[in-house]
Design a protein. Structure first.
Length: 217
């Protein structure tokens, strides 16, 4: 089985550092700082849309061309401040790795994602990754999932998307793959209940995925 993981809100709790970088950008354009909840409501569709929402809140629309690289610099400076894997993620990956293949599908830019994977020691689990600033369209477009399946030689029935947001749910639907939703992630609160079906898995902690996949605990 190919397990395709989202990053923010699924593998890593990145919210505090994302909110702090968003606040830095907002203040740079004479806006106010954001709470974690305000930032969470803007996250999920890629850095460029996040920046547009941050500056829209500050009364600036459309964002100036330099706003995205400015935000990315703010975030890269903070990326290791508070972010860590959710409790149980390293153990979950360790237990599932002998039985399944892993890939990463995120709308997050590649540089901060790889920085965090290296820093936390989780990078070795992921043979392939699709990032938000790559050549493929971002979730919920199915192209990234389809590319990962092609690389792994799996079909939709042999692929599970694990994520916490509407983007992950819709990407799984669009690619016709199985879905596991991380209710512990900060994106879950914005998933409409009627978007989930009876066949979708919902987990409240990373460790719950291990028995679901039939791997030994």
């Amino acid at each position: 089985m190919l397990l395709v993981f989202d990053f923010d809100g699924t593998l890593m709790d990145t919210l505090r550092d994302l909110a702090e970088a968003a606040s830095d950008l907002s203040e740079a354009y004479r806006g106010t700082r954001l709470t974690d909840d305000e930032a969470a409501a803007m996250i999920g569709e890629g850095a460029s849309i996040f920046v547009a929402r941050i500056l829209g809140r500050a009364g600036i629309s459309p964002p100036p061309a330099e706003a995205l690289p400015r935000y990315l610099a703010f975030y890269q400076a903070r990326v290791l401040d508070h972010t860590a894997p959710y409790p149980g993620v390293p153990e979950m990956l360790r237990d599932l790795a002998p039985h399944h293949r892993f890939a990463l599908l995120t709308n997050k830019p590649e540089i901060p994602t790889r920085t965090l994977l290296r820093h936390t020691g989780l990078g070795g689990y992921f043979e392939e990754g699709v990032f938000g600033d790559g050549v493929l369209p971002r979730k919920p477009d199915p192209a990234g999932l389809q590319w990962l399946m092609t690389r792994a030689g799996t079909g939709p029935r042999e692929t599970l998307m694990v994520g916490d947001s509407v983007m992950d749910v819709e990407a799984a639907r669009n690619a016709g793959v199985r879905l596991c939703v991380a209710r512990y992630g900060f994106g879950f609160a914005r998933i409409p209940p009627d978007l989930l079906g009876q066949d979708d898995w919902v987990i409240d902690a990373p460790a719950e995925l291990v028995p679901r996949m039939g791997a030994p605990t």
